[in-house]
Design a protein around this ligand. Structure first.
Ligand code: IDP
Ligand code: MG
Length: 201
């Protein structure tokens, strides 16, 4: 039987596919100014197993739709580690601080009203490249454009009710975790499973 284990050498067509993939990763994860609303942490190059934490929050519409479990399940199945979680009715002043950059947008009053309309669930997730990966998992801000398979793509159809928040940069994640959690609330725990070597490399 033929041995298929050797990868074929890049042909021009295959090379352009690889470049396309690299370009997509660059668009999703680069810090360039032309994609400010996406991600600012490069996924390409650099240390692969940087330990990171990010803030993920199921918004009030996600709680109403009983999606908290689905969100947790997706992040756990991905292999990320849940180190903090609480349900809270977000105070308007903290929401105003959180969305300070959007304060002049026409939708801002409705956004604050929607997010303070009921309880949400704030979580801290830890893992290699968790900031970048969680942005990919939640999908495009505009649910109408979010790909199937992403959380917003699967559970929401409108930008004004897009189910979930995730920090968009490592620095932003640190600020947001401090905003929504006391310093002693996230709990680090030893990972003794098969992924432990990835977290400590
Ligand atoms: P993100 O949540 O994907 O990071 P941002 O641009 O930071 O997107 O916007 C924060 C939130 O503001 C969005 O998740 C969404 O709830 C809301 N939002 C953003 N743009 C619009 C809009 O055009 N109409 C209504 N709500 C919006
Ligand atoms: Mg944002």
């Amino acid at each position: 039987m033929e041995n298929n284990s050797v990868q074929p050498a890049p042909t021009p067509g295959r090379l352009s596919g690889l470049l396309g993939c690299a370009l997509l990763r660059e668009v999703l994860c680069s810090s360039r100014a032309w994609v400010p609303s996406l991600l600012v942490r490069p996924c390409l190059g650099g240390p692969s197993w940087t330990r990171e934490r990010t803030l993920v929050a199921v918004k009030p519409d996600g709680v109403q739709l009983r999606l908290v479990g689905d969100v947790i399940r997706r992040f756990e199945r991905k292999g990320f580690k849940l180190v903090g979680m609480k349900m809270l009715q977000a105070p308007e002043n903290v929401l105003a601080e959180h969305y300070h950059d959007l304060r002049r947008k026409p939708f801002y009053p409705a956004l604050i009203s929607y997010l303070s309309s009921g309880p949400g669930v704030a979580m801290v997730w830890e893992g290699p490249n968790v900031v970048c990966t969680s942005r990919a998992m939640i999908g495009h801000t505009d649910s109408a454009e979010a790909a199937p398979g992403t959380i917003r793509g699967d559970f929401s159809f409108h930008i004004s009710r897009n189910i979930i928040h995730a920090s968009d940069s490592v620095e932003g994640a640190q600020r947001e975790i401090q905003r929504w959690f006391q310093s002693n609330e996230p709990v680090g725990w030893a990972d003794e499973g098969h992924r432990s070597s990835l977290y400590t490399a």
